[in-house]
Design a protein around this ligand. Structure first.
Ligand SMILES: [Zn+2]
Length: 210
């Protein structure tokens, strides 16, 4: 999956849970951010191909690192209001006229716990998607080292080729539907996720039959 699709998977998961009714837009944005973070290990390419080969789909794509990154994300968002900063930055860049005062939420143990599990589940959605989205024309499948650093065993269950645009179109349709029927965001997010699962299963079945 691409970064856009991973982010939308996280956002739709948060919206489908209904948490936005209590925590507002921030929880959906936070889930979207968390859902793309496992790909941080791709940045190791700046250290050379040898390091990239060793780190990519291992350092950021393991259960242990997801738990650690979830703690860091919650700590940074609680301390520095990452979501509020992101929104203000976006509004400045877009020169938005909509400058509503959006008070920073009060930190609490319950909010941190909810944020932590939102981050963990969003990152697990990333790992699940990477397990079934793999390979490309002329390239072999990409294994995930889910148990790193305790084991180097690789996992992959390829069903859809990387770069397939089917799920992208489903997410884009979901965005337009949410903009059109704003009162039904939760139902649309559930429908979007349902269509995504059906598409991946169908694509996998089709690929297996060919
Ligand atoms: Zn990934």
């Amino acid at each position: 999956m691409t970064t856009f699709e991973h982010a939308m998977l996280g956002v739709n998961g948060a919206l489908a849970s209904g948490l936005q009714h209590r925590y507002g837009w921030r929880v959906a944005a936070f889930a979207g951010l968390a859902a793309i973070t496992p790909d941080w290990d791709g940045l190791t390419i700046v250290g050379g191909m040898q390091l990239f080969d060793q780190a990519h789909r291992a350092w950021g794509h393991s259960f242990a690192s997801c738990l650690l990154v979830a703690v860091l994300l919650v700590a940074f968002d609680t301390r520095f209001d990452l979501m509020g900063w992101g929104r203000r930055t976006l509004e400045r860049l877009l020169d938005s006229k909509d400058k509503r005062i959006d008070p920073r939420p009060e930190p609490s143990a319950l909010r941190c716990a909810v944020w932590f599990w939102v981050a963990v589940l969003a990152m697990l959605s990333h790992l699940a998607a990477d397990l079934v989205y793999s390979g490309a024309e002329g390239l072999s499948d990409w294994e995930l080292k889910l148990l790193w650093p305790f084991s180097q065993q690789g996992f992959v269950y390829p069903m859809v080729r990387w770069g397939d645009v089917g799920v992208t179109l489903i997410f884009v349709a979901g965005i337009f539907a949410m903009l059109r029927w704003r009162r039904h965001v939760r139902a649309i997010a559930c429908g979007t996720l349902g269509c995504t699962i059906v598409y991946i299963a169908g694509r996998g079945g089709l690929n297996a039959a060919l």
